[in-house]
Design a protein around this ligand. Sequence first.
Ligand code: ZN
Length: 437
Amino acid sequence: MSDKYRAIIGMEVHVELASKAKMFCRCDASHFQVEPNTHVCPVCMGLPGALPVPNEDGIKGVVKIGTALGCKINRVSKFDRKHYFYPDLPKGYQISQYDQPLCYSGEVVLASGKRVRIERVHLEEDTGKLVHREVDGKKVSLVDYNRSGVPLVEIVTKPDLESAQEAKEYLKLIHATVRYLGVSDADMEKGSMRLEANISVSKDGSLPPYKVEVKNVNSFRYIAAAIEYEIKRQIKLLERGETPKQETRGWSLEGRKTVSQRSKEEAKDYRYFPEPDIPPLNLSEDMIKDWSSEIGSTPMQMRDKLVKLGVRSDYVETVIYDKKTAVDVLELVEVAIKEGLEVNKVVGRVVNKGETGFDRGEVIRDVKEEEERSFADEGTVEEWIKQAISENEAAVADYRKGRETAVKFLMGQVMRLSKGEANPADLENKIKAKLDK
Ligand SMILES: [Zn+2]
């Protein structure tokens, strides 16, 4: 990007919760490779008179995600109706949260230390799915409502990101966080995690009067490519003195570019109002405490722990995204420290192998053997010490006069004679023992 411009990027991530039942009815929430329209009932089909009842599992999942992202939890929350017309939305509105989301004001910390503010984490229901097919020679669109009503979490940031690289790192951390928590498999190919970026470009650092939303991207690589493409496209327009249009765009895999889909809606277009069929949510302090106690470490906390124990940051970034690997490496580091081994030698061995699973005992044993192998045997070391002492009478005399630094000098001489094959760890004691005889 040219120095004149700064990209301003906010992310919206949708994560489908891995709950057994849908959010407002008791239908089975599984919908991937399931016979169409078999997991449906009057509630998730939006038939007249059907009443939604919230599923506690869904609320718990959102509160866990919010807590893991450092959010404040709204003890009093409510559901709202978000109106829009689309064939995969049977009711003509989606039950979502508007002005009282379950969680707000959190943050995600990138490896650089940059803080990305989380504006809100709220709960909504997923929509159905359109399938475009050819049946009897005719092109038709079919609707499958199995996904309709599945609990969906939306995680929204403030526009704090400034590059495709930062956006990608943020998304990887969100992905890892929900997987650490076990609340979603966040499988992008199955659609259980969907990515959206709001992108604008500023000349003077102030928030521009437009933003372009790139929607429904299903890989970290594509969202990064879409962001890079948008930044260039918008700068071109600005250079010509035009203001980019406020609109929703999609990522075209074939063209490797973003393409216009529709002009962007404002909140007022959705005519939000409180969902009259669901009473406000009141979460007790105990409930929130109970749920939070099940969270465990987050990827960000694992990063802090490993960095504090002296693990190189590039190694840390390689291991924290998978919970099992992160936990295994942390345990490995603790053992390495206890055994007096160099932490990065041990972790480097695991990272360079690129394997996710490893046997802790085996790694420790290998590193130890390697260290021992590279040192000469006791008898040879003894010879080097004798030689250093006989060749440096002045230093020996100094030592006898009480000058401790003379030992350091002799250590240096032994290391030189050994060409690095003497183990420096106990060399000082051995030399002293010889001199004190
Ligand atoms: Zn249902």
